[in-house]
Write a protein that binds this ligand. Sequence first.
Ligand code: SAH
Ligand code: SF4
Length: 389
Amino acid sequence: MTALTNLLDLDPAQLVSYCGELGEKPFRAKQLQRWIHQFGASDFNAMTDLAKSLRDKLATRAMIAAPATISDHISSDGTRKWLLDVGQGNAIETVFIPEENRGTLCISTQAGCAVNCRFCSTGKQGFSRNLTVGEIIGQLWMAEFELRKTKGIEPGPKGERQITNVVMMGMGEPLLNFEPTVMALKMMLDDNAYGLSRRRVTLSTSGVVPMIDKLSQECAVALAVSLHASNDQLRDGLVPLNKKYPLNELMAACKRYLDYAPRDFVTFEYCMLDGVNDTDVHAHELVALVQNGVSVVPCKFNLIPFNPFPASGLTRSNNGRIKAFAQILMDAGIVTTIRKTRGDDIDAACGQLAGEVQDRTHVQERMQKMAEYREKFGRDFGRIVEISA
Ligand code: SAH
Ligand code: SF4
């Protein structure tokens, strides 16, 4: 028996070819796409405007499946975190952050990460593998329709959209999983799928210079760059990729990107580490880097209070220090925000996304539970929902 094709893995053009292989006209692809991404359908029988013969054909050859949910937590501040099973003991995380006028989904692009930044628990876990297109877009598909279900909002274009913004800031380095990431981005922007504007989709990178240029040509969404240091020596120690692509090259790439970007600035993320990168001297050096460096880069700064994890050996800068640091940037005319830490109580804050994976036994326990469920209910996957107060 041939394996079922997961339709979440196909971008719009591939879905048209797939329909062609089934002897169907291209407009069927659009219909299918709307059923999948606008109605959240996973059952071909529910696709009532497709001929019965096509539905039957699809049922024997295709499937629509996101990674299975291992756990689903809702934090006291409304942040919701899913732990998803991507096989062979690997789990990834997806986090929804509700705010007054928007809902942001933070998605993962790899299981683990090879970049190994000193302050990041995902990095400490090492690299397992790249996620497929279906595993990346499947996070958005699953989350949008789960959120609607929870709120009793109907699926389909008329129902209130829950996810208005996407940030690729979960586990992994998106630019080191380039093709699947771009295919998933294109689905996010497609009018027959999620129809998000390029300004509302942000890719965060640790600075893979050639891929920043490639992204500008293939799918220029909003760009965030994880800077974390004001000079090469410091950055070499925090983001090892800096040795390959040092700051002058990174800044030049950011500047080039802006010619194609949907916004006229790059967001620099800067994780505030006590005594490491948070002094006034660092702040002044940063101002010089972006305003008087080899490439002057229009930018905003987003200061992220470090989220500690066991054995990092690092601590968070205190609030006064973070404010003083921000003030120096603002006095130089740079828009600066201090990121509110969300979802602390469920380990959903930045850099904690692999927290539970660190605690491998915990994940193994859950996986074991999943296997038991599978056995008991004869289903491929189950759900274990835990709500923390
Ligand atoms: N790999 C990409 C995207 C994922 S990381 C990148 O590095 O940009 C998303 C953001 O979380 C990055 O800015 C990263 O530096 C930050 N981050 C990682 N670990 C953190 C921690 N322990 N505390 C605060 N922010 C962290
Ligand atoms: Fe990878 Fe980003 Fe973590 Fe660095 S901060 S290890 S690039 S996920």
